[in-house]
Design a protein around this ligand. Structure first.
Ligand code: NAP
Length: 526
């Protein structure tokens, strides 16, 4: 398939006329063809108006037809074959196994959402039947189901060019809910975005859907992205990126005449707690495992372990020595873009310049856009008194906070902002009061608590929570990974005293959809 540089506004191909965008191969520094034209306000208006029109029919599509469309999106992505894999590698510097793995995850999560909506239970049907004889007042019939919000704007992520970009988790969840999607492509992988966009556009056409179900626009976030979020047709936003970008979009969305939800996934340093007996019995093993996790994808995962809170004592030195050796041996990896590499370098330089920190280890000499891993150490009291140390350094960089007692560990935890994950490394012999205290405090800070593991390697499943209090995400009440993400793009509607013939099938008398419903407080399966 030829990559042309065109935006996809429904079925139309449009060459943008604002600023030109080119991908840069981060491994070579070369500018890649073709030129992509950035969109204008008029292009955004066109995509949004098409999406608004498409919403009416897309939301009424049967669960089976919408599921079949989502399955086709997945199949069409696979049909792109090696061309897609090679383009992703060239635009992001990611190695082939990672790209192939991420493609599998992307296709797998589309299929999982298709499967989720087939049985109809995602509609959350509830029925409270009328009680005409109730005293002192009769009760009317009430029935509730969830409906889609409307067109959703999705911002492609730099660090997941497939799984969190054009056909990523946000798009899959929004389609499953019944929402048309307009993607603002990430400017660092426009060719990947166009290829995947064309796969989705083809699925829309093959299933005879309204063309406005999917559009793809290019351009700067501040112009095209802001115009999208401000457009009255857009009813929700999905975003993965920086705290600055996500927070700017949250403010923009809140200031609209009709404010809308922004589901932004932003900054997280994912604290890892190393308890005394775990360190004493397997300090060295934890050290090498920590480094394996922080080196994954050159540390460009939102769940990368950027902070380790360890109890000084037996095994602490073994842990540090092992982590130091593992970092020194690890080969440097190319980062996603020159901008991200530059931000990483600045972050590490800042930590190196701080007198309270000591640098425990540095990776092998790196070149060009490669990430040179770094591990620092600081005392608990210096960490607590220095706000700067809670900032994410996006890449293979981690800070070890040395604690002298359990109280310091809890104080460090309480000083953190919201996080995606928190991990505890422990054995059965740890002080249960400390473990309970950590779990209780972590529940208030993170979306996922991990026992003897690390946050990297996020399973796409029904019970996954990939979210957390601000600034990990804009709204800690939801997840961006796993099927529960569908809830973000739906809202409940109650039908009171409605004749059966006008009721949606999910809550009708016959249970036409044959779904699981809460009837008068009891789960009824047919
Ligand atoms: P980004 O700069 O936030 O960009 C993400 C998307 O948002 C891009 O499409 C960008 O448009 C748009 N955007 C940015 N600021 C905006 C604003 N003020 N108004 C409207 N749209 C805006 O993130 P990035 O390029 O992916 O990476 C930059 C940094 O973000 C990284 O170095 C890292 O620190 C952080 N990051 C964190 C995570 C995480 O999961 N924790 C993931 C990715 C990145 P443009 O095309 O104009 O850039």
């Amino acid at each position: 398939m030829t990559i042309s540089g065109h935006m996809l506004l429904g079925a139309e191909e449009v060459m943008g006329t604002s600023a030109q965008i080119n991908a840069i191969n981060p491994a070579t520094g070369e500018k890649m063809a073709p030129d992509f034209g950035g969109g204008t306000q008029a292009d955004v208006d066109k995509a949004c108006n098409k999406a608004a029109k498409a919403f009416s029919s897309f939301r009424r599509l049967s669960n089976e037809k919408r599921a079949a469309f989502i399955d086709s999106c997945a199949d069409n992505i696979m049909e792109l074959g090696d061309e897609l894999v090679e383009r992703v590698m060239a635009e992001t510097g990611l190695p082939q196994p990672r790209v192939v793995g991420e493609r599998g995850r992307t296709v797998g999560q589309l299929k999982l959402f298709a499967q989720l909506i087939r049985d109809g239970n995602y509609l959350g049907a509830r029925i409270d039947t009328a009680m005409p004889d109730r005293e002192p007042l009769p009760r009317l019939d009430h029935r509730m189901q969830y409906i889609p919000l409307g067109p959703v704007a999705v911002f492609g992520a730099s660090n997941f060019p497939l799984a969190f970009s054009v056909a990523g988790g946000d798009t899959a969840a929004a389609f499953a809910a019944g929402c048309p999607v307009i993607v603002k492509a990430h400017s660092s992988h426009p060719g990947t975005s166009e290829l995947v966009g064309r796969a989705l556009q083809k699925a829309v056409a093959d299933h005879g859907l309204d063309e406005g179900v999917f559009s793809l626009v290019f351009g700067s976030g501040r112009e095209v992205g802001s115009a999208l979020v401000s457009h009255p047709a857009i009813k929700a936003v999905g975003f993965t990126g920086s705290e600055g970008g996500g927070t700017a979009l949250m403010k923009l969305a809140a200031a609209r005449p009709e404010p809308i939800p922004v589901y932004a996934e932003m900054s997280s340093i994912n604290p890892v707690f190393l308890l005394p007996d775990a360190l004493a019995t397997r300090g060295a093993e934890i050290g090498s495992n920590l480094v394996a996790s922080m080196m994954m994808g050159a540390g460009q995962f939102c769940t990368s372990p950027g902070l380790v809170i360890a109890m000084a004592g037996d095994g602490y030195d073994d842990f540090v020595a092992s982590a130091r050796d593992s970092i020194a041996e690890a080969a440097p990896q190319t980062m996603l873009s020159p901008t991200i590499h530059e931000a990483y370098q600045k972050g590490v330089e800042h930590l190196s310049s701080m007198s309270q920190l000591s640098q425990l280890s540095q990776g092998k000499e790196a070149q060009g856009c490669q990430c040179r891993a770094a591990l620092f150490e600081v005392s608990a009291s210096d960490f607590i008194s220095n706000e700067d140390l809670r900032e994410e350094v996006f890449g293979s960089c981690s800070l070890v906070v040395r604690c002298d007692n359990a109280e310091q560990m809890i104080t460090v935890l309480n000083s953190l902002r919201g996080q995606l994950t928190g991990a505890i490394h422990a054995t059965d012999a740890e002080d249960p009061e400390l473990v309970d205290g950590l779990i209780e405090a972590l529940e208030l800070k993170v979306g996922r608590i991990i026992w003897n593991g690390f946050g990297t390697g996020v399973e796409v499943c029904h019970a996954m929570v990939h979210g957390g209090p601000y600034p990990a995400t804009a709204d800690g009440r939801s997840t961006s990974v796993g099927t529960a993400a569908i809830d973000r793009y739906m809202r409940p509607v109650c039908y009171q005293n409605m004749p059966n013939k006008y009721l949606p099938k999910s809550v009708d008398e016959e249970n036409s959809l044959g779904i699981c419903r809460l009837v008068n407080g009891e789960v009824v399966t047919n």
